[in-house]
Design a protein around this ligand. Structure first.
Ligand code: PMP
Length: 368
């Protein structure tokens, strides 16, 4: 097959799970503004986070995110360091009081969150799909929701296992904490259903280095464990407008450009349709062949991370290698489960998915 980037000269279709592709328009805007932001003669990278220049960028980013997600006033929006893993610790440090917290385990990332939470609180497994090799989501009727849980944590999209919730679980009044690291901004969401939404930036939002938390005022009032460092306290972060220490200014600016791009696309309804179309195409093709297979319960398949296999490990490796040569990059599956993974976040154009399917057809012809 022809090199898909030959025409375009520069950009690959990059299927990386994160840091991931950013919209080309955003990258070009950042490039234009890189040396001289807004006529100041300085790069955004070079200005103080306390300057009015940066405060304006920060405030506009928050305003646009609130607009896109319809975030009510009684939620604080934080832009912090520490990534998804930082939140795995911050959540129990701030919200558990060292008591009982519920966790739903549906893949590698929720499992990692459980291990981290065990350092700080008494973890109760609400539901767990490990015995099904994380190919499904345990049905909510079977979840064990004790009244004394301080919160229930789940991961809405499991980036490694390709499993995604298509509904918001009902936790009967217990505050719901969700990791949306790999599917935030991929569709509309009812923020009111959550106590806390968090996401690392490097998939659908920005380059690596920034983490977003959207937290209900009531949860901000909870007392953190006494040993919680100030930088890991949600309330202190909120009181300092996420500038308790020097924030990741450039990723914050980039996030702002991505929010403006989301608005220009027509908002999350339009983005959701684009994402659904891309994922449907890919799954439909996988399902119609005997050569490729995806193990996930079709009701819970991820729209963001499409995992699949060929008949052998050797062919999986060859697939990723040959794909890279023609400009379809980073298709190798995660080391924990192997196989192939196509991450198709917001910035992956539909043409990228079309090119991948063409390559998949060609690969079957040659090796099937
Ligand atoms: N949660 C999910 C769902 C993820 O996909 C990842 C990273 N791939 C993380 C948490 C961890 O994020 P970070 O590397 O920013 O700590």
């Amino acid at each position: 097959m022809q090199n898909v980037i030959a025409d375009k000269k520069v950009r690959a279709y990059n299927f990386s799970p994160g840091p991931a592709m950013l919209p080309e328009e955003v990258m070009q805007q950042a490039q234009r503004e890189f040396l001289n932001w807004n006529g100041t003669g300085m790069s955004v990278m070079e200005i103080s986070h306390r300057s009015s220049l940066f405060i304006e960028i920060a405030e506009k980013a928050e305003h646009d995110l609130r607009d896109i997600l319809h975030i009510p006033k009684h939620y604080k929006v934080l832009f912090m360091h520490g990534g998804g893993r930082g939140q795995f610790a911050m959540v129990p440090m701030n919200l558990s009081g060292g008591k009982k917290a519920g966790y739903v385990q549906t893949g590698v990332w929720s499992q990692t969150a459980v291990e981290e939470a065990k350092l700080f609180c008494d973890v109760q497994m609400v539901a767990n799909s490990e015995k099904d090799n994380f190919t499904t989501i345990p049905s909510p009727e079977k979840w064990q929701l004790d009244k004394d849980l301080t919160y229930v944590h789940y991961v809405e999209n499991e980036t490694v296992h390709g499993v995604e919730f298509q509904y918001i679980p009902d936790t009967q009044g217990i505050p719901l904490v969700v990791d949306m690291s790999s599917n935030i901004l991929s569709r509309p969401v009812d923020v009111n259903k959550f106590g806390l939404i968090y996401a690392c930036g490097q998939k659908n939002v920005a380059p690596a280095g920034i983490t977003i938390a959207i937290i209900h005022e009531d949860l901000l009032k909870r007392k953190p464990l006494p040993t919680t460092p100030s930088i890991f306290r949600y309330l202190e972060q909120a009181e300092h407008d996420s500038m308790l220490n020097t924030p990741a200014t450039f990723p914050w600016y980039m996030a702002g450009l991505v929010f403006q791009w989301v608005k220009r696309q027509g908002g999350l309804e339009v983005i959701a349709q684009m994402n659904q179309r891309k994922a449907d195409k890919l799954y439909q093709y996988i399902d119609q062949t005997d050569f490729y297979s995806n193990p996930v319960n079709p009701k819970h398949r991820s729209r963001m991370n499409v995992i699949f296999r060929t008949p052998t490990d050797e062919l999986d490796t060859l697939f990723a290698k040959e794909a890279t040569k023609i400009g379809l990059t980073n298709l190798k599956g995660h080391r924990v489960i192997g196989g192939i993974r196509a991450s198709i976040y917001n910035a992956m154009p539909e043409e990228g998915v079309d090119a991948l399917i063409l390559f998949m057809r060609d690969f079957v012809k040659r090796y099937g």
